[in-house]
Write a protein that binds this ligand. Structure first.
Ligand SMILES: O=C([O-])CC(=O)C(=O)O
Ligand SMILES: [Mg+2]
Length: 616
């Protein structure tokens, strides 16, 4: 952060004015050594390079510039070091904007802003005097005030918008608020409110968040990635918006999901916010309502498919690897079934990819089952499983259960799959339906006569574990539960995917754990990143499940909870990360060597802390 032009430049910059600097007329005064310090201090090398190149180009053209200048009648001002006064309309300039994080721009830089928490000394040093009211408060008081404000909003979407505004205004305060109040705020920045936010994204849209890569950017995706201000990206969450939660095709408005997932990567997994990049790939939408919505923010066309789709995704995947290298984690999120499995298979061998809806959900649910076994005894292989829903979550969970059973019993996975049955919208998945089944359902087509619906499937299969993984609600009807209760002894152990209110029955209050992949992906990702893993392996998912199950305390189990409370999530994430990293080292997939001795402590030490930093 230096200028060859010395103090006047630096003073101007420090005074907080963001100046547009024109190319100086006299070559000797060209500030070729100026490193652009953007208001957030993060502008990075590329912009510097651009400035230098354009400067040099103009210097090379210096002679003609001087010649043109000599004809010009406009004179430069006194000490017109930057050529601001001498620029004429026919003389093109470089629109330099040079500022440092100070003054007004510091208050508008979410990465460095502390609001009323700027100390007296900082207010002097950073030209903030007068820009803030006199009071100085600490971060805890700011949190208290914000929680008070957020609690006053009755509509969850209003709380969501208040949170998003905070993220745009003061990033550290946003994360501290979220971490300190995780149980209360998770349903706001994440499931379920984030779903409503995506549905209404066009109407509530205020600031762009993340990168939008649409068909218009075909052939230019590398350039688009380079427009992102951060260079050291560690995790990308990408969606094409086709299957947002259980809400269906929300097109470009799916952006709320990568943004929400990544804020959890930071809050729950401790990944630095600047290392996180949310991306939405917009290939159109088949959602008629959105196509007609005047506030829709995406491409107004039906979804591109086939080769056109595959080419755009491939360009994206190649550009990511080219720009960020081998160790950037790409999390696929909320792609439709017909693409999700194929993308995971295709890029699993060349990139560090993870599908949250298939693998993250699977690993979470398996952890819940492992914890439940502590309550009911026995092993996975003692159970018979029935799923309602045979999409990403259903088949993903089923496969991971089969894999774990196969390891435990040392029998082939083809055999352990036989203990698992799936029901989709057409009924039980059976051999006679094989021809018409999508490929990811085929391993589950066992020999059985056709069964049309869930209740009849329950009666026919007599499962000991019932798993709902379909987008449709209210499907575990009284009849289904009664059928389950007719052949299963004892009480039910229950966990829900979205937050579920406590239930009261005969004077007892029953709490429900949340079998949501939010337990898994932040710690899983941290484990991959801290070990420098270059590929995801199924054994890492199994290791992560064990780690999560171990975090369920006896006290939790006594309450019937098979997931630990989110309050301890950072500790839980550290344990998951450690186990995933250990597996990466064991499998020879880790590149960060040597392996740290205590991986849990190492994971904790890697975590981003949202407390304010002091500015010297
Ligand atoms: O976001 C969630 O709550 C879980 C998830 O990945 C999905 O439903 O697609
Ligand atoms: Mg998802």
């Amino acid at each position: 952060m230096m200028s060859l032009n010395g103090s006047s430049f630096l003073n101007n910059a420090l005074s907080g004015t963001s100046r547009s600097l024109t190319q100086p007329r006299r070559r000797s005064l060209a500030p070729v050594g100026v490193v652009a310090l953007s208001s957030n201090g993060r502008q990075g090398e590329r912009n510097v390079t651009v400035l230098m190149e354009s400067t040099l180009k103009e210097m090379r053209e210096g002679a003609s510039v001087v010649e043109r200048d000599s004809k010009s009648t406009v004179g430069g001002g006194v000490e017109d070091v930057y050529g601001e006064d001498c620029a004429t309309e026919d003389y093109s300039i470089t629109p330099w904007s040079v500022s440092v994080a100070s003054g007004y721009s510091l208050l508008r830089d979410p990465h460095h802003n502390k609001g009323l928490a700027f100390a007296e000394k900082e207010r002097d040093a950073y030209y903030l005097r007068g820009l803030l009211p006199p009071v100085v408060v600490n971060q805890d008081l700011q949190i208290k005030k914000l929680m008070h404000m957020i609690r006053q909003y009755e509509v969850p979407l209003q709380k969501y918008m208040a949170m998003m505004d905070l993220q745009e205004r003061n990033e550290r305060l946003f994360y501290k608020l979220l971490i300190d109040n995780v149980e209360e705020l998770l349903p706001i920045v994440y499931t379920p409110t984030v779903g409503e936010a995506c549905q209404k994204y066009g109407s509530i849209y205020r600031h762009p968040q993340g990168l939008f890569i649409s068909l218009k950017e075909k052939g230019k995706i590398l350039e688009v990635l380079r427009n992102w201000p951060e260079k050291n990206i560690q995790v990308i969450v990408v969606t094409d918006g086709e299957r947002i939660l259980g809400l269906g095709d929300l097109g470009c408005q799916g952006m709320g999901i990568p943004v929400g997932k990544l804020s959890l990567y930071t809050a729950l997994g401790g990944i630095r916010p600047s290392a996180c990049l949310p991306i939405t790939i917009d290939v159109g939408t088949n959602n008629e309502k959105l196509l007609e919505d005047e506030f829709y923010i995406g491409l107004r066309q039906r979804r591109a498919t086939g080769q056109e789709y595959a080419e755009l995704i491939h360009e994206f995947m190649s550009a990511v690897k080219q720009n960020y290298g081998e160790k950037v984690l790409i999390q696929f999120e909320d792609f439709a079934n017909h693409n999700a499995f194929d993308l995971l298979a295709k890029y699993g061998t060349t990139h560090l990819v993870f599908n949250d809806d298939i693998q993250g959900t699977a690993s979470t649910v398996l952890a819940g089952l492992m914890a439940a076994l502590k309550l009911v005894g026995g092993t996975l292989a003692d159970h018979r499983f029935l799923f309602l829903g045979a999409g990403e979550a259903g088949t993903g969970i089923a496969e991971l259960i089969a894999l774990e059973m196969s390891k435990q019993t040392e029998s082939p996975v083809e055999e352990t799959r036989q203990r698992i049955w799936l029901v989709d919208s057409k009924g039980l998945i059976v051999r006679s339906r094989m021809e018409s089944l999508q490929h990811f359902k085929r391993p589950w087509a066992h020999e059985h006569e056709p069964v049309r619906n869930l209740v009849d499937a329950v009666k026919a299969i007599k499962p000991t574990v019932l798993i709902g993984s379909s987008g449709a609600g209210r499907t575990f009807t009284k009849e289904v539960i009664e059928a389950m209760a007719s052949f299963n002894e004892g009480r039910a152990i229950f966990a829900s995917g979205s937050p579920f209110d406590p239930a009261e029955y005969q004077g007892n209050v029953y709490l429900s754990g949340q079998a949501n992949n939010a337990y898994m992906f932040p710690g899983f990702g941290l484990g991959l990143i801290m070990s420098g893993a270059i590929r995801v392996h199924d054994d890492m998912l199994l290791a992560a499940s064990e780690a999560l199950a171990e975090q369920v305390s006896q006290e939790n189990l006594d309450k019937g909870l098979i997931f630990p409370p989110f309050t301890n999530i950072r500790k839980i994430s550290a344990h998951i990360a450690a186990r995933v990293a250990a597996k990466a080292y064991e499998l020879g997939l880790a590149t960060r060597l040597p392996q740290p001795e205590n991986l849990v402590a190492h994971a904790e030490s890697c975590m981003y802390s949202p407390s304010y930093r002091s500015y010297r």
